[in-house]
Design a protein around this ligand. Sequence first.
Ligand SMILES: Nc1ncnc2c1ncn2[C@@H]1O[C@H](COP(=O)(O)OP(=O)(O)O)[C@@H](O)[C@H]1O
Ligand SMILES: [Mg+2]
Length: 506
Amino acid sequence: MATTVSAPRRRAEEFRIHEDVPSTADTEMNEDVVHGEEEEEAEPVEEAEEQETDDDGSDDEASVDSNTQLDMEKLQNSFPGFRNKYRLIKRIGEGTFSTVYKAEDLQYDYYDNSWDLDKENEKWTPPPLKRTDYSTQHTSQTLDHAQRSAQTLGHSSATLDYMQHREQPRRRPKYVAIKKIYVTSSPTRILNELELLHDLRDCQAVCPLITAFRHTDQVVAILPYFRHTDFREYFRKMTVPDMAIYLRSLFTALSYVHHKGIIHRDIKPTNFLYDPTSQRGVLVDFGLAEREGTECKPCLCHDDPNVRRSRLRAAHLAGTGPHNGYPKQDTRPSRRANRAGTRGFRAPEVLFKCTEQTTKIDIWSAGVILLTILSRRFPFFNSADDVEAMIEIATIFGHRRMRAAGQLHGCMFETTIPTIGNVGFSFERIILWSTCRSDDREGLSKDEKMAVEFLARCMDLDPSRRISAVEALDHPFLMMGMDETIEGTGETEEDEMDIIKVQDHA
Ligand SMILES: Nc1ncnc2c1ncn2[C@@H]1O[C@H](COP(=O)(O)OP(=O)(O)O)[C@@H](O)[C@H]1O
Ligand SMILES: [Mg+2]
């Protein structure tokens, strides 16, 4: 058995993820952990809708439900001393690969918190008159508990330091998100996610990794908690300037991620946490991310158009190129490409199994988010598999453009589906229809037209012509996002709520 040691908080040095240290009696692995099959990396990874329950309701200990309590026990069993470090508050997300909890960082003052963006602006609020009583009471209970744990675990010096901090008047609680990665995830995948997060530590628009713990096959990543609202609650109410601000924030994150040569691969609303009040957003979930060029094989799309044409012609003549229809005895070697991502957000080159995918796949997905907002429909694409996804895209773009898109990657796109016309429909018409407006009477506003022009640059079927994140930041639509950004007030709604709650306790 092994216990865990946390890596030091974010600093510029090499990232150490986990070390096993000699066991203690308190470190038994959870017995109910399921050992499942590892997922295959190259296979499509589809995510069920993540269930967010982040309503920022009551945070007090009394409200912690029994399941969360149970999870806390399990974490404490795996990671001794966990209880002294974090207080689990509630489950905030359940994705395909993890369960995420909101927790209070009990040892915040004990560490270097360079990751904390709000630290600079932090204002100390004088404690309300009767709060001292509560704090003392609360602190002495925690102290008592910590002392007991420290004695049991033999961690006295660190814990005592921590306890001294706890004796000071209670500051505003600091929250973290604890991402408990399912043990069925492959170790390579987990390591990849943590390493990429470490590489991206200097980008404010990417949620940084504070530290990580491992105990046998259980890994938990600790991230700063980012207050956000469920996309479904605000996207229908967004004005065009709101959209511009949202996308500016997303593209700022993407420009940094792409500059580092990293493809996120899973851009979608649940992985971009956005707070409409402060108009700040952070990118999370690098579980499917990869470095551009990893396991790539040359694809025709990177060739010069003339070279591509002659290669396609040669392949066609040799009988190995694209066929009309589907051959009964297909002797062509099957094509393998990374198709990881989420249904409805996959770029056409992913669907065509391009073997040389680039950061542009993220731009397409960001475009799908914008299309969702402009059309007020979520999910906009609702395909069950990749073939249906191609049909959906082909319905918009038309047979002709879709066929050209396939040929970029050496694929032939053929269909007899009557709803797929030759030329498809413009984004403008689609948005008018989906928002129940008729094109002749009430067309799109000037701002919407600018957004649609930007959308077309993001959702270009040809990745080489698609706008890059850096170019996007100079686009007039995203520039609108710069003019409109409101000044951060420093104090957030949640902070205010926390103060009110403490007063209520008094
Ligand atoms: N730092 C964070 N702050 C607040 N909520 C978070 C944070 N990280 C993740 N979450 C919540 O947990 C959900 C799942 O997290 P994510 O990293 O996307 O895991 P998965 O790989 O399982 O999809 C997110 O959609 C979000 O609601
Ligand atoms: Mg996710």
